[in-house]
Design a protein. Structure first.
Length: 342
């Protein structure tokens, strides 16, 4: 009997030792990924949407995959010099992957060379480097959306309005007098959005007459200032305001509201919460959704596979081994549900 008890005790001891070993092993096994991110400006509405969605993805992964996700997020505040310093810092601190929203999209080569020396993969997002730069190294990727597509969809909103509502051509001259609020010069989303919006409208048989166009750098306040000037120059002549993004569309609305003037057709791009609210209030005619959630999901997924040393090409749908583009879509209020948060 005594022997049996002793035998059982030894067995129990083995079992407990085994268990405690497994727990330490399990703790050791919890994977950790470190993401270093730098944004051209943290106060940009759309960039902020992407970043908060990436943070959400990180939290979800921690819960679902039993892992630790560390994110170091830097704000370059519109300075490429500061962004380069941030990149040096992130590399020095030892991150597994760098997510870069370039200030100046023409200087990607410098960033790539720094990352290559440290052997840290880079995911550029939203501000697309030129092809030649992306080809400098095979661990460089780009997540974004096709600018031309957003321009086409924005154009379609105008076309639909034009044929639905014959009061758009206020002076009845058979042409649409318009102004354009452009994004930053040199940004892939500025020139192409304007070009394709105009192309779509004219191809639908509508004649266009440009009154003015200028950059407002994606910013609501700059757009308001520009619009104030144009209102003094053109006043009631303006029948359409094409805006390369929603914040600038909101700035244009501000200018009209300040002088309590009736709003013309105004279209934006991004689908921000404030833009959708303005649509619901009948101030903004329409907008195109730039899919921040999907882009964030893909940036995070890509970061995860790269950090874990997994084969990215096998796990994700890459275009030309480097690119991932999300789709734009026209925001339709009647299709919005409570889950969209509106
Ligand atoms: C665009 C977006 C703009 C602005 C810009 C910044 O894609 O539509 O609102 O965020 O990126 O690079
Ligand atoms: Ca007209």
């Amino acid at each position: 009997m005594k022997q049996k008890k002793l035998y059982l005790c030894i067995l129990l001891l083995f079992f407990l030792v085994g268990c405690s070993q497994r727990t330490t092993e399990e703790i050791k096994k919890v994977p950790e990924i470190k993401i270093g991110l730098t944004a051209y400006r943290r106060d940009d509405t759309f960039i902020n949407m992407i970043i908060s969605n990436i943070q959400e993805e990180g939290k979800e992964a921690e819960q679902q995959k039993n892992m630790k996700v560390t994110m170091n997020i830097m704000d370059a505040k519109g300075s490429q010099t500061m962004q380069n310093e941030h990149i040096d810092k992130l590399i020095e601190q030892g991150c597994d992957v760098l997510c870069v929203n370039l200030v100046d999209r023409t200087v990607a080569a410098t960033v790539i060379d720094k990352a290559k020396t440290a052997n840290i993969p880079v995911i550029f997002f939203n501000r697309e480097p030129v092809k030649e730069d992306l080809e400098r190294w095979n661990k460089v990727y780009y997540v974004g959306a096709e600018a031309s597509e957003s321009g086409k969809l924005q154009g379609q909103i105008v076309v639909e309005q034009y044929y639905k509502n014959n009061t758009i051509d206020k002076n009845g001259d058979g042409k649409l007098q318009y102004v354009v609020l452009e994004g930053e010069q040199g940004h892939q989303d500025a020139l192409l959005r304007t070009e394709y919006a105009i192309k779509t409208i004219t191809e639908a048989g509508i004649q266009m007459d440009k009154l003015a166009g200028d950059t407002a750098n994606w910013l609501r306040s700059q757009a308001e200032t520009k619009m104030n000037q144009w209102l003094q120059l053109y006043d009631d002549k303006i029948e359409l305001i094409l805006c390369n993004n929603d914040d600038m569309a909101l700035g244009a609305i501000d200018a009209y509201e300040n002088i309590e003037k009736e709003l013309p057709i105004i279209v934006g791009i991004d689908g921000t919460a404030l833009a959708i609210e303005a649509m619901m209030q009948g101030k903004l005619t329409g907008t195109v959704k730039n899919d921040a959630e999907k882009q964030a999901e893909l940036i995070f997924k890509l970061s995860y596979h790269l950090a874990m040393g997994e084969d990215v090409a096998k796990n994700m749908n890459l275009l030309r081994e480097k690119y991932i583009f999300t789709k734009y879509s026209i925001v339709k209020l009647e299709e919005m549900t409570k889950e969209d948060g509106y």
